[in-house]
Design a protein around this ligand. Structure first.
Ligand SMILES: [Fe+2]
Length: 320
């Protein structure tokens, strides 16, 4: 199908207004390939090094020191015989379960089932720390999700990669703000001091071979849920007297509207190219990949600002 749809905007000089997929240079070497670098950062285990590396990558792309090579198919590095004694299968990219070291994460926090996480009242310092820790963990996962969107999916316009690098850099900023704020509550509080769950990455794994499903179900479903959750969490922090924590939630909500908007723009672009109807396609993908059914109350104002239209919001509220 001929594609006359302008790509959503990005910040690579000279390519933002390009329609479809332009003729792109082949990578001369790995050294300036920003998508290879995104994969290396995804595999990095230290969260603070990962966050700093994402900011550095964004600067390198902005100055032209690193470039996107969208036509490259990048395979995750796989050591012979497996990693950490775990044998790898031969499926290659697309089998998120077995990809070596993806995502890279620290030994702590330990990952447990959501049912094993204790609920604590935020009126206690320990409860507030647990809440801030859970938010920091979401942001850490969000860095990994944005990096995964960069290396895994090839053949997209440069503006796509610019957009997801922007998301990765903002998630890194959110993680840094929350992890730092957590430490102000006492010396026993730091990222890794509580257990956490792996729900966000689980959906990334399920959709690792389906780009449109990834957009539909990660940014437009799981991350959009953050838009609904943010105001009540901010209110809890404010009522516990944590004005600095509440101010961080304001920054996060502002940026997350932009991230969901990026997900919406690329999802629509993908639907248009594939000739499929966005609302019905969403319902089909949500069923196919067993996405969680979202429950209200919904932050309709933030969702509208993030680009959900009336038909999508009506379907959301009808639970379809
Ligand atoms: Fe975030």
């Amino acid at each position: 199908m001929a594609d006359f749809t302008p790509a959503p905007g990005g910040d690579t000089p000279g390519t933002a207004a390009a329609g479809g997929i332009p003729d792109l240079p082949k990578a001369a070497s790995d050294s300036d390939c920003a998508r290879e670098r995104a994969l290396a950062l995804l595999r990095q285990r230290d969260p603070y090094g990962k966050a700093a590396g994402v900011s550095a990558l964004r600067d390198a792309v902005r100055t032209g020191a690193m470039r996107w090579y969208p036509s490259r198919r990048i395979a995750p590095w796989r050591p012979p015989g497996g990693i950490d004694g775990v044998a790898l299968n031969d499926q290659g990219a697309g089998d998120g379960e077995r990809e070596a070291g993806i995502p890279g994460r620290p030994d702590a926090p330990p990952l447990v089932s959501p049912r094993e996480l204790k609920q604590r009242a935020v009126t206690s310092v320990d409860g507030r720390a647990a809440l801030l820790h859970a938010l920091a963990h979401i942001e850490f996962n969000a860095i990994n999700l944005a990096l995964d969107a960069l290396w895994r999916f090839d053949g997209l316009p440069p503006a796509y990669y610019d957009d997801w690098l922007k998301v990765a850099a903002e998630e890194a900023y959110h993680f840094s703000l929350l992890a730092q704020h957590l430490t102000t509550l006492g010396e026993s509080y730091y990222y890794g001091c509580f257990p956490a769950h792996d729900g966000l990455w689980e959906m990334a794994r399920r959709t690792s071979g389906d780009w449109l499903a990834r957009l539909a179900l990660v940014p437009r479903t799981l991350e959009a849920r953050g838009l609904d959750a943010s105001p009540p969490i901010k209110a809890k922090l404010a009522s516990a007297g944590d004005s600095a924590g509440a101010a961080i939630l304001d920054i996060i909500l502002r940026d997350e509207i932009g991230h969901v908007a990026i997900g919406n723009r690329w999802y629509r672009w993908g639907c248009e190219r594939a000739g499929c109807e966005p609302v019905a396609t969403y319902a089909r993908l949500a069923a196919q990949y067993n996405a969680p059914r979202l429950r209200g109350p919904f932050n309709l104002e933030a969702r509208r600002a993030a680009g959900f239209d009336d038909a999508e919001l009506a379907a959301l509220q009808a639970g379809t």
